[in-house]
Design a binder for this molecule. Sequence first.
Ligand SMILES: O=C(O)/C=C/C(=O)CC(=O)CC(=O)O
Ligand SMILES: [Ca+2]
Ligand SMILES: [Mg+2]
Length: 417
Amino acid sequence: MPDLIRSWVETANAPQSPFPLNNLPYGVFSAGDSPRCAVAIGNSVLDLGALQSAGVLPEHGFASPALNTFMGKGKKVWTDVRQKLTELLREGNKTQAVADALHDMSSVTTHLPFTVTEYTDFYAGRQHAFNVGSLFRDPKNALPPNWLHMPIGYNGRASTVVVSGTDFHRPMGQLKGPQDDTPRFGPSKRLDIELEMGAVVGTPSEMGQRISVDQADDMIFGYVLLNDWSARDIQAWEYQPLGPFQAKAFATTIGAWVVTKAALDPFRCDTPPREHDLLRHIKDTGPMLYDIDLSVTMAAPDGEATEICRTNYNTLYYSAAQQLAHHASSGCAMRTGDLLGSGTISGPEKGMFGSLLEMTWGGRDVITLDDGQTRTFIEDGDTLTLNGHAQGDGYRIGFGPCTGTILPARRAKDGRS
Ligand SMILES: O=C(O)/C=C/C(=O)CC(=O)CC(=O)O
Ligand SMILES: [Ca+2]
Ligand SMILES: [Mg+2]
């Protein structure tokens, strides 16, 4: 485990800081002006657009409002820029040009860090797949027969991926419970979260090109926290035979900071033992998961945030590299800015479940918040926040929060649902 790299930005050296010099996650910010690229360091953001204009950094599209140009340049450029930034911010190396490009994080606005090209969501949490299979289908055959052989996924919506802090309205949809004769259209009453990690594709692949697991790993630029908000009542009625559609299309929240693979490298860990040998195109090639502590808090309007789940990214069955290799295996082209959701990260015990559906076992149990309020699913005004970090020796690699507050459903203009 490497040591903390000390920075002249003092707040970056605090053991609890999510953004020490070892991290350097990328994002997009504005300070009452045009959005441009940045890295987070301690309590500050460093304006990469300004450093590029000043000739301190080479031209990698840092003055644009998205990381895509830089992400598309690949491993060599990512490594060079990381080394350069590490030297610029290292203790003892303070210069006026770099000090002038720092902004207090509390005074800036963070934006969606990259243009999301396409969004695919996987299902790689074994406990989650088991729990959902038991609740929605047959507890005796909870895990689908293909599940141990390939990372199952569905194509989601990129258009509605939003950055942490974006509030949105409760979705409307078709609802039909088991006791109802006919469906009706109305606000979802079983609004849920899904604790996930998103892998961000940097370098693209061509249509028809096969990629190995190691090539796939090299294509990944970094990772974000991801909340795949889900309307369980819409989902239960609509999902057969083609899978989730409107139930997961209304919003997906990602964190504002993309943590690079380089920052996470010391925290790589093995995938679990395989029950069936995986086929060659997705076989494990070494440690490909990460030891990242994850948690979720829920807060009622004006209430305290209560931790409702604590789990780890290392509980997944498939890595993002295996998912990406599988995704391209038919000849599907992958593009810069593609976002791959890991699947809901539910660990093997109850306090480790990454959705309210599982925590309340289908809405049968309640969750009691620290202020005494109870919940099954999300109510209007509630705020849900994902947090995550990898714990180093005296420092942590944090992701920043991934949060959203639910606003009441938007009724039709005539007041009807
Ligand atoms: O098993 C199903 O019918 C669907 C389960 C899901 O909730 C899909 C999903 O988003 C996958 C995941 O996040 O793990
Ligand atoms: Ca999901
Ligand atoms: Mg979603």
